[in-house]
Design a protein. Structure first.
Length: 324
């Protein structure tokens, strides 16, 4: 019995397994990252994955490790540990919790949209969840202070609730189907408030920018603006199918005798439909923009440009982690 040849120590597991310059490669990557089954892994499995990844990065290849096992370890590691700080992330804030959590919250927002207390409650739950996710997946090693966290949380929640209640009163005289879209408008508005506020420190001080080999060149606020804009777009995109498709289906179903006979099936049906949309929308919208985003040096702030040109006049493009 011959031992399988041991893996070369040269596979770059700092980068995703699939080519991130193509949408398809990014989608495959995020289907792995957002896989809800990762939530069920035990602490021991996570530690084992972390050990494999850290050993491999340090140049130690455990005998008999296959390439598939190495990548599996990398994706388990990435699903639970922060890329910049290496600390274990809050369970609820991990990307693999996105689908089950969002599915429950969105399903309930779409089901209970008729009364003001319900609107208030579910928008508040949603923004609390968003605050945890944004905090858990922040970019860079920049610590966020409790007061910044509080401000962002309060303003996003207020923004969502005001939008939801304002639209709700406007849609009173419109067809019922339009009222069902109020939660989506509120979520979109809140994302536009929540994410920039959560990451305001990056907008003030900039996020780390590197050359293509990962050498840090400094911080840029222009890069932070681009990163945050891309995240807002993909978050709204993520919510869109889940909040746009089920209302149409539910509206049709509620006219049938079936739901009149079994009204208690309303919420589970909504949650299921939303879940179905989210399983695909979450990874596909994360994949809209490369995680390692880039921009031409000429688009950076003048002082940052000058510093880079001094060091490396040939450099055309800088890279940064856009966060999620």
């Amino acid at each position: 019995q011959k031992m399988p040849p041991s893996l070369p120590a040269t596979i770059n597991i700092r980068e995703p397994r699939w080519d991130q310059s193509t949408f398809q490669g990014r989608a495959k990557h995020f289907f792995m990252v957002t896989d809800p089954r990762n939530l069920l892994l035990s602490g021991a499995t996570l530690e084992e994955a972390r050990r494999v990844v850290e050993d491999y990065r340090a140049g130690t290849v455990p005998p008999g490790l296959t390439e598939d096992q190495l990548w599996r370890a990398k994706y388990i590691y990435d699903s639970a540990f922060h890329p910049d700080t290496g600390e274990k992330m809050l369970l609820v804030g991990r990307m693999s919790a996105q689908v089950p959590m969002n599915m429950t919250i969105t399903g309930c927002m779409l089901t209970f949209y008729r009364t003001t207390p319900a609107v208030l409650f579910w928008q508040w739950v949603n923004q609390s969840f968003n605050a945890i996710v944004n905090y858990t997946n922040r970019s860079g090693d920049a610590p966020i202070t409790p007061s910044q966290l509080g401000t962002a949380y309060v303003s996003a929640t207020t923004g969502a609730v005001v939008t939801a209640l304002g639209l709700k009163s406007l849609t009173k005289h419109l067809p019922a189907i339009i009222g069902r879209y109020v939660p989506f408008a509120a979520v979109a508005a809140a994302n536009c408030i929540n994410i920039p506020l959560m990451r305001q420190r990056e907008l003030k001080l900039g996020i780390p920018i590197t050359d293509e080999n990962g050498n840090r060149l400094g911080e840029s606020t222009a890069a932070a603006q681009k990163a945050i804009f891309q995240v807002v777009v993909s978050r709204i995109g993520m919510a869109a199918p889940a909040m746009a498709i089920p209302p149409v289906i539910m509206n049709a179903l509620e006219k049938r005798a079936f739901l009149k006979r079994y009204p208690y099936l309303n919420a589970p049906l909504q949650v299921g439909l939303v879940g179905l949309c989210l399983v695909f929308a979450t990874p596909l919208c994360c994949a809209l923009f490369p995680q390692k985003s880039s921009m031409p040096v000429s688009r950076l702030e003048p002082d940052v440009q000058a510093r880079i040109r001094e060091k490396d006049p040939q450099l055309e493009t800088v890279y940064f982690n856009k966060g999620l």
